[in-house]
Design a binder for this molecule. Structure first.
Ligand SMILES: Nc1ncnc2c1ncn2[C@@H]1O[C@H](COP(=O)(O)OP(=O)(O)OP(=O)(O)O)[C@@H](O)[C@H]1O
Length: 373
């Protein structure tokens, strides 16, 4: 994409206050509070059915909340139709007009959505296609483009209008992995340069972490946690967030608490834990693999024994899966570590890498090593 000066916009500040949406007995949204700063990019991340699209549609004005308020720059948008909200949307399916060229798809949106003159609309369309590196597609119709090219045009149409809010609903889910990565870098760069406020829905945690200034993790119609990608990864507020974000996910081990310690089943781990802890979590990269069975752990270190099952190669590293009495454990190791199926191993982690969870799934402690500075 060609960098260069573009006409910037003042993105709107979005505020959702106690937004609820029921469909008969279904609570699609259960009191969502969310403030998005002007010009910020927020990724809505969550499993299928968690309410992401419903929230996005309410922000767009395509659906109305059954409770709460939605404000743009302190003005309530409840009851305001989509075309009066200054939002533009990119959907998973391109929704381009098939009989129009790339240029004309943009020109139409600018003339009828923005009331621009034909000449101004053509200038803006050309500028936008240039920004997206697809000026050579100007005369082609959607059927003459690849999926990635069509989605670039659809994104171009959304940003060409310079709406103060851009909403993207799984905009890349039909594209292959390499193209998704390429395109998301371009989208973020473009949104930043324009200064527009953006909400990006995805169920792909890597994508959410890559595009969002902040990530809002949704579950059962509520936001479980909102924070920077670093905060979401390093300081997850709940067990759900801890295991939804990260690949492979955080390992979580159930235990029984007594006298300041959490004990795994059988002769499993014993680690210091706050009262009422029911489980302890540790990320695969904080675990260490020691060959053979070792004695009891010292100094509050986490330690379980097991046997190597399989390993998955991931670039310079691999994930070794080890079967233990407390379940399967994923350990991130250097790719140079040889894989010997069935080999007895001990998996350990320092106490500072452990995160304990209570019976309601909330994180109980923030390990010293991971306190924000
Ligand atoms: N028009 C509707 N009528 C009835 N139920 C609905 C409607 N729209 C959404 N729901 C329900 O609301 C809940 C949230 O749906 P929503 O589409 O917002 O989830 P999502 O997180 O976007 O999921 P996905 O990733 O699968 O798109 C689901 O239980 C869904 O079945």
């Amino acid at each position: 994409m060609t960098a260069g000066a573009v006409t910037a916009v003042a993105g709107a500040r979005i505020e959702a206050v106690g937004i609820g949406r029921t469909f008969g007995p279904v609570h699609a949204l259960a009191g969502v509070d969310l403030t998005i700063a002007a010009g910020e990019i927020v990724a809505l991340l969550g499993p299928s059915g968690s309410g992401k699209s419903t929230l996005l549609r309410i922000i767009a004005g395509l659906d109305q909340p059954t409770a709460g308020d939605l404000r743009f720059d302190d003005r309530s948008q409840v009851g305001v139709p989509p075309h009066q909200r200054d939002v533009s949307m990119v959907f998973q399916h391109f929704a381009l007009y098939p009989h129009l060229s790339a240029t004309d798809n943009l020109v139409l949106a600018l003339r009828y959505g923005r009331g621009m003159s034909r000449a101004d609309a053509r200038d803006r369309a050309a500028e936008t296609l240039r920004m997206l590196g697809i000026a050579d597609l100007a005369r082609r119709r959607p059927a003459q483009m690849s999926g990635g090219q069509r989605q670039r045009v659809a994104i171009g149409r959304a940003i060409a209008t310079r709406a103060r809010v851009v909403l993207l609903d799984e905009p890349m889910s039909g594209l292959d992995a390499k193209l998704r990565v390429e395109l998301r870098v371009e989208i973020v760069d473009l949104l930043r340069r324009l200064g527009t406020t953006a909400v990006f829905v995805t169920h792909d945690q890597a994508e959410a972490m890559a595009v969002g200034d902040r990530v809002a993790v949704m579950n059962h119609g509520a936001i479980e946690q909102i924070g920077t990608p670093d905060a979401i990864y390093d300081l997850p507020a709940t067990r759900f967030v801890a295991t939804f974000v990260g690949s492979p996910p955080m390992n979580v081990f159930e235990g029984t608490w007594s006298d300041g310690q959490l004990r795994g089943p059988g002769s499993g781990f014993v680690v210091p834990a706050p009262a009422a802890a029911t489980a302890v979590g540790v990320r695969p990269e904080h675990l260490r693999l020691v060959r053979g069975a070792s004695g009891p752990s010292a100094g509050g270190e986490f330690s379980v024994q097991g046997h190597v099952v399989v390993a998955e190669r991931l670039g310079a590293e691999r994930t070794m899966y080890v079967r233990t009495a407390t379940g399967m454990v994923g350990v991130r190791v250097d790719a140079a570590v040889p894989v010997v199926p069935d080999e007895p191993v001990t998996v350990t982690a320092p106490a500072t890498a452990l995160l304990c969870f209570g019976p309601d799934g909330r994180a109980l402690t923030v390990p010293q090593a991971r306190q924000p500075s």
